[in-house]
Design a protein around this ligand. Structure first.
Ligand code: KIV
Ligand code: NA
Length: 275
């Protein structure tokens, strides 16, 4: 399994980091077998798996439940688990207890927290307690209610300057990587150049040190709105829909199960049964 220092080396050597989200045993297994460098058990689980309309509804129990399943599917891949909404804005001691709970129950390698400002002290606290922390800047889905939706961030010079400054503060506080979500590619380039730790982009262009995508978006599995920054690498939704539609027809028409799917009782036993 790779470590946080491996990721810093990869950045130094211009070797890109490939990350994908996973929320359960099969998705994590697919990710590990494909050779991803890191898996994120994102709180996006709330939207793409649990049917919530935002990540605000995701709980510690949700993250731990899905984190454990993902870990079982990918025992040998660096696993990052999101700290969900509201679990790292109380006291630092409560935040630490929540992070410890996630780490111990899911056997993750790191947690991820959204934001800068007061979150900088959170990064410091967790890191000094021995918990690697991935920071997350740019579009912060947990703050969509405050920002007013899901919009590209850091588009003005002032906002870009603040984001660069925030990223530096995350690194100084001990973050092992920074996710950059939905920012202009030029800003991504600046942030990446300003840091020693790797940047992992989503909707942040090609100049990030790595990329992350939401599993269900990239394989088109049950997701309705696919953001502009997603490449469709597979379309499992269509094959699932076709398969299940065919199944329903086959059941109605008695074309399923076929002979090969049935179990058969031996003739002598049948005779005993019916006499
Ligand atoms: O929850 C998630 O999937 C994320 C990624 C978008 C980075 O935080
Ligand atoms: Na997230």
């Amino acid at each position: 399994m790779k470590s946080t220092s491996n990721f810093v080396d990869m950045k130094k050597n211009n070797e890109k980091i490939a990350m994908v989200t996973a929320y359960d045993h099969p998705s994590a297994k697919f990710a590990e077998q494909a050779g991803v460098d890191m898996i994120l058990v994102g709180d996006s689980v709330g939207m793409v798996v649990l049917g919530y309309d935002s990540t605000v509804l995701v709980t510690m129990d949700d993250m731990i439940h899905h984190g454990k399943a993902a870990r079982r599917g990918a025992p040998n891949t660096f696993l990052v688990v999101d700290m969900p909404f509201g679990t790292f804005h109380g006291s630092l001691n409560q935040t630490l207890a929540n992070a410890v709970n996630i780490m111990q129950q899911t056997n993750a390698q790191a947690v991820k927290v959204e934001g800068a400002d007061e979150v900088i002290t959170v990064i410091q606290k967790l890191t000094s307690a021995g918990i690697p922390v991935v920071a997350h800047l740019g579009l912060l889905p947990q703050s969509a209610g405050v920002i007013g939706g899901y919009k590209v961030q850091g588009k003005t010079a002032a906002a870009a300057e603040k984001l660069i400054d925030d990223a530096k503060k995350c690194e100084e506080a001990g973050a092992c990587a920074v996710v950059l979500e939905c920012i202009p590619h030029q800003l991504t380039e600046k942030v990446s150049a300003a840091l020693t730790i790797p940047t992992i982009g989503i909707g942040a262009g090609v100049r990030a040190d790595g990329q992350v995508l939401v599993f269900h978006d990239m394989v088109k599995y049950g997701t309705h709105h696919i953001p502009k920054f997603v490449q469709e690498y597979a379309n499992v939704g269509t094959s699932i829909a076709d398969g299940i539609t065919q199944y329903v027809q086959d059941v109605k028409n008695e074309e399923f199960p076929a002979e090969k799917h049935q179990f058969t009782m031996k003739e002598d036993q049948l005779q005993q049964l019916y006499g």
